[in-house]
Design a protein. Structure first.
Length: 142
């Protein structure tokens, strides 16, 4: 019997769950200063991409690339930052952050620059209404 996927407690605390893609869980970082999303493969006990099997690596890359393209289209960003650090939260997760030349932290990384500002209910609802239909339209492609 397959073991149920467990999302790391730090990701549960800091993020809002949005949707499951074929391999990954898509999360929204609860910080309204940046369009900041986190993609987590639903595979337990994985810290680094090389630990996924070959087909999972390919699927994860496809999901990450499609997500990156979609986010840049929706938010019209200057740059898409994609990063997997894992120094604090060891579960494999990849940040997808749409950056703008006018954002608070530009051109520095967003980590630790400013305290997070959580979404309010209206902001969260508006973001989901904008993002989820587009995500549903691409899930068949991944």
């Amino acid at each position: 019997m397959k073991e149920a996927f467990i999302l790391h407690q730090l990701l549960q605390r800091d993020c809002v769950e949005l949707i499951n893609l074929p391999l990954s869980k898509l999360l929204l970082m609860n910080d309204n200063q940046y369009p900041w999303f986190v993609l987590v493969p639903r595979v337990n006990d994985i810290q680094d991409m090389y630990q996924l099997d070959w087909s999972q690596q390919q699927q994860f890359l496809n999901e990450s690339s499609l997500l990156s393209e979609l986010l840049m289209q929706l938010f019209n960003g200057t740059k898409m930052n994609v990063a997997a650090l894992g120094n604090v939260c060891s579960q494999l997760h990849v940040h997808h952050i749409v950056r703008f030349e006018h954002d608070k932290a530009w051109p520095k990384p967003v980590w630790g620059e400013f305290p997070a500002q959580p979404y309010n209910e209206e902001e969260l609802k508006a973001l989901k209404e904008r993002l989820l239909p587009a995500l549903h339209s691409i899930t068949a492609q991944v």
